[in-house]
Write a protein that binds this ligand. Sequence first.
Ligand SMILES: [Fe+2]
Length: 311
Amino acid sequence: MKLALIGDVHLFTLRFHPKRLLSRRVMAHTNLLMNRRHQFNHGLLPELVARVQALKPDMALFSGDVSTSSLEHEFEDFLSAFGPLIDDVPCVLVPGNHDRYTFGSRRVKRIETLLHALMPETFPHLRELQPGWKLLALDSAIPNRVFSRGALGERQFAQAVEAIQAVGHDEALMVLCHYPCALPEGVHHGWSHDMREAGPLQAALAACKGRVVYVHGHIHKPWHAMPGPAGQGPAFECINAGAPCMTSPRWPRGQGFWEIDLPADPRGALVTRHHAPVQGAEGLETLPDGTDPPGGGGDAGHGGWRVGAQP
Ligand SMILES: [Fe+2]
């Protein structure tokens, strides 16, 4: 089974509603005007969506933060940008903190209403991906007055632990959650950006009898971290989706997305390919870690795609 994993898209609108800025939303928009407008290039989306479709995944996973401040326009723009993919492929989306950014957006169930085609109705959401492989999707998004904390809540956490404990020795569990619960060595994190149950969830997953693959977003940097020797690195395999439209000198055309092939044997190695658009053929030679030649799907005039086992 082939999966596509797509991270923090962070669509935003510059159509201001003065009344609606009298909320925490003003922080998101100030941040946006100061930084995000210059870093996020949503013009990259059509090529990204076409590239994902060309791979013919069996399912697309969205790790949340498709919006910036949970406004209707942001969710509607997401649906129109990803419409061709959503029509074509089964999708599962978990919300990020920006998708339930204000208390008002939670009260009116904005993301539940507008993205009902992709978001499970209840959480935790458990489904079979293929024989031996289950998906556990978690909703960690809560509004905050100041910070960017996430939380699963007692009921969801308890049900998630039950699902984790039910995984057999010869089975595998893929967890999809906006927030990470375990990080590679050296990655900075802070209380104000973490998920409340990150520690207990990490412990429950480390104790899982079967194989665990944890996929998430929230930190705008793609990675694939393997479990290290005891005490080093995460206790299970973790894949960070990254932010497909966020540009920087390292990612001049955004951070791309992941293609993940699940092995038939739940204990077999995942085949992961990170797809990142690059500028011009010269860029392909100067980027480190490239393991495969660029595939098709890119516009030759703009550049191509760099495909590698690691970003
Ligand atoms: Fe986030």
